[in-house]
Ligand binder design. Structure first.
Ligand code: ATP
Length: 249
């Protein structure tokens, strides 16, 4: 199907500045321009404190913008996941049911959808376990299922595998990747992923595009193949190139 790149933009920021702190003294985002199209898998990378989390929260609409504009394609549903999932002290099933109920579904319908979501992440057998008693990797999968149940158009993921062991990391990555490729049915745009990561291997595995930030500014915004082409990156963004070299040294 031919796509119109303008109408397929699900999220965009234009000349966005975000200041944080009690006296708005920290310029966490500076003049950020970003257009994200449906189906893109965008990795946000950069050194600690460069603004990845702030950018994700701004894309979500959780943070007030100091100046500039944020646009969201009408009726898009946005899910946000964090490094450490926030599950309630109740069964896994109830955690999912509660999420669905809070989003407006009748309680009587929540059980079937919640179980479908748990099967999707291959955790149906843990439905009756206390969410807080699961391993970190299992909790993250439950959090992914809880979000998936709501059928989001855009996934914002803040270092979703940072606290996991390599095995759990691969499981969660596989789920994220499958969500990104899922056939969502007639009339639905493909799901869009935006994720912050400190792991360049993961960026290579999951991303179609890489946005490199430093001190709140976007210094490179490239297709993943170009970002990992050192000669090209060196000419386009010496800072991003130095970062990649440092990470892979
Ligand atoms: N609530 C806050 N008040 C003041 N400054 C903040 C606040 N939250 C973040 N900052 C600052 O904003 C800047 C961007 O932080 P942010 O958490 O977005 O970076 P990050 O790239 O996600 O970092 P990390 O890689 O360490 O997770 C940093 O200088 C940080 O200290």
């Amino acid at each position: 199907m031919m796509r119109d790149p303008v109408t397929d933009t699900v999220l965009s920021l234009e000349a966005v500045h975000v200041s944080l702190g009690p006296a708005a003294q920290v310029e966490a985002l500076r003049d950020v321009h970003l257009q994200i199209a449906a189906g893109e898998r965008v990795a946000l990378v950069g050194p600690n404190g460069c603004g990845k989390s702030t950018l994700l929260r701004t894309l979500h609409g959780l943070l007030p913008i100091t100046s500039g504009q944020r646009r969201v394609l009408q009726r898009s549903r946005i899910a946000m996941l964090f490094q450490r999932p926030h599950l309630f002290r109740m069964s896994v099933l109830r955690n999912l049911q509660l999420g669905l109920w809070l989003s407006g579904m009748a309680w009587s319908q929540t059980r079937a959808r919640a179980m479908e979501a748990l099967r999707r992440v291959e955790l149906a057998e843990l439905a009756d376990r206390n969410g807080r008693a699961l391993s970190g990797g299992q909790q993250q999968r439950v959090a992914l299922a809880r979000a998936w149940a709501l059928s989001p158009d855009v996934w914002l993921l803040d270092e979703p595998t940072a606290s996991l062991d390599p095995h759990a990391k691969r499981d969660v990555e596989a789920i994220i990747e499958a969500f990104g490729r899922e056939d969502r049915g007639v009339g639905r745009l493909p799901a869009t992923l935006v994720f912050a990561s400190h792991n360049l291997g993961q960026v290579k595995r999951l991303a179609s595009r890489v946005v490199y930030l430093e001190q709140g500014r976007v210094l490179a915004d490239l297709p993943v193949h170009d970002f990992f082409n050192q000669d090209l990156l060196e000419t386009l963004s010496p800072q991003a190139s130095a970062f990649v070299k440092g990470e892979t040294a």
